[in-house]
Design a protein around this ligand. Structure first.
Ligand code: PA5
Length: 424
């Protein structure tokens, strides 16, 4: 496969003829997107970001990471929630491997769980660590509380040096985090105004933690840039995916999309997708509920209801074509488990057979529409490309639903209610 990402609609139960009925609509929306005339267009700066990004700022990120490492900082505590964390965590898992990074990058600020905070404190004990606090608004309660807590510990341990071990990523001018960063002289990076939280993985929001994890961030941007060049025309797979989802939802009554993965390192990619689609589409009583399963694990739990329950959903599988770990099944003398017929095969080959078996059971026997997205590998370039593919798809999807894909009034409402309750 030469393409970085391949879309297979052969199991989707939506025909090419059905999709073609929407070609005029797609064209109109395509023009809206690129002429920046659609709802929320002030938040579409991500469209050209992969080529327009500030090269000096990326260099500054790389230099600060280098400085922290030279100082002997072993752990980066990343504090943020929603769009201010899902991009970096999913990218680091995807590229570096979920378990490989667990002791080098720790995420906080995603809850108000005392037990979680205590466990993080334990992990940081007797280690040299720094903080990367990320909040566009600077006022989100969960990360702000975590920052207050861990900053105190860092200051106790490092005295006046602590400020150099803190990096703040926030709005250029406004918000309490910006004010704190200015007052305390923290190094800061900017969350661009024209890019919303769920699209911000390609900005310092995602790039700083990724760089600390050893990800080549310029390659991520290069992958996104490649996608921006390949997907900026009328006949592209991102639009095909969007229109297929739209037909499944509006004509075939499929109200949920289950993101299905077969790789341990893709669990957080599913979480990232749930935010991207859920926050972008779910408004005005519309939208497809995004869900996720991690196979094989969930074949032994939700697998039953997916196969034989009420068919109100479709599946979108993300399959990684090449796996660099060539782990083979060994031959066993006694063969008591009877598995010698698999000896010599790689775990990846067997995983592919699992996928083929599920696809056939769900699609053929179960009548479940399946969209299959195959990506080449787990490289930086592939990640950047895949993210941009979904950015374009969700924009088209939102405009097909005639909503503003770039705001999140429901999320803001919970924040307001929570503050009101806390002040009571
Ligand atoms: O997509 C969004 O805008 C939200 O999920 C935000 O990213 C999330 O609420 C965190 O907001 P902030 O970065 O302002 O702390």
């Amino acid at each position: 496969m030469s393409k970085i990402l391949n879309l297979d609609l052969g199991f989707s139960l939506v025909s090419k003829k059905d999709r073609e009925k929407y070609s005029k609509k797609i064209e109109d929306i395509h023009n809206l997107i690129y002429e920046k005339k659609g709802k929320g267009n002030e938040f579409t700066d991500w469209l050209s970001w992969p080529s327009d990004y500030d090269k000096k700022e990326v260099k500054k990120i790389e230099n600060k990471v280098k400085w922290m490492k030279n100082e002997g900082i072993e752990i980066l505590l990343v504090i943020g929630i929603g769009g201010s964390y899902l991009g970096s965590q999913s990218a680091i898992d995807f590229i570096k491997g979920k378990m490989n990074m667990q002791d080098k990058i720790i995420f906080a600020g995603i809850n108000v769980s005392s037990s979680h905070i205590k466990q993080i404190e334990k992990k940081l004990e007797n280690k040299k660590w720094g903080i990367c606090v990320i909040s566009k608004s600077g006022t989100t309660l969960e990360p702000a509380l975590s920052f207050r807590h861990f900053k105190k510990i860092l200051e106790k341990e490092n005295g006046s040096l602590a400020k150099d071990y803190i990096v703040a990523i926030t709005d250029e001018k406004n918000g309490s985090l910006k004010a704190a960063a200015t007052k305390n002289n923290y190094d800061t990076f900017v969350v661009p105004n024209g890019i919303g939280g769920r699209f911000s993985g390609i900005t310092p929001v995602g790039l700083f933690p990724m760089a600390f994890a050893g990800v080549d961030i310029k390659k991520v941007l290069a992958g996104a840039n490649k996608a921006s060049k390949e997907l900026n025309n009328l006949n592209n797979d991102a639009y095909e995916y969007a229109i297929t989802r739209f037909i499944l939802n509006s004509k075939m009554n499929k109200n949920s999309e289950i993101f299905t993965t077969y790789d341990f390192d893709l669990d957080m990619t599913s979480e990232w997708l749930k935010q991207l689609f859920g926050e972008s589409e779910g408004k005005d009583g519309k939208g497809i509920m995004p869900l996720s399963v991690s196979y094989s694990r969930d074949l032994h739990s939700l697998g039953q209801i997916i196969q034989e329950g009420k068919k109100t959903f479709f599946e979108t599988t993300i399959w990684i074509n090449n796996n660099k770990e060539k782990i083979k099944v060994e031959k066993d003398k006694l063969n008591l488990d009877g598995l010698n017929y698999l000896s010599g095969k790689t775990f990846h080959d067997i995983n592919k057979k699992v996928f083929d078996g599920v696809l056939s059971a769900h699609h053929k026997e179960g009548g479940i529409p399946n969209i299959v997205i195959t990506i080449n590998d787990n490289s930086e370039e592939t990640l950047g490309y895949m993210w941009y593919f979904f950015f374009i798809s969700v924009t088209m999807s939102g405009y097909l639903l005639e909503i503003n894909p770039f705001n999140q009034p429901g999320v803001e409402l919970y924040k307001k209610n929570m503050f009101d309750n806390l002040k009571k």
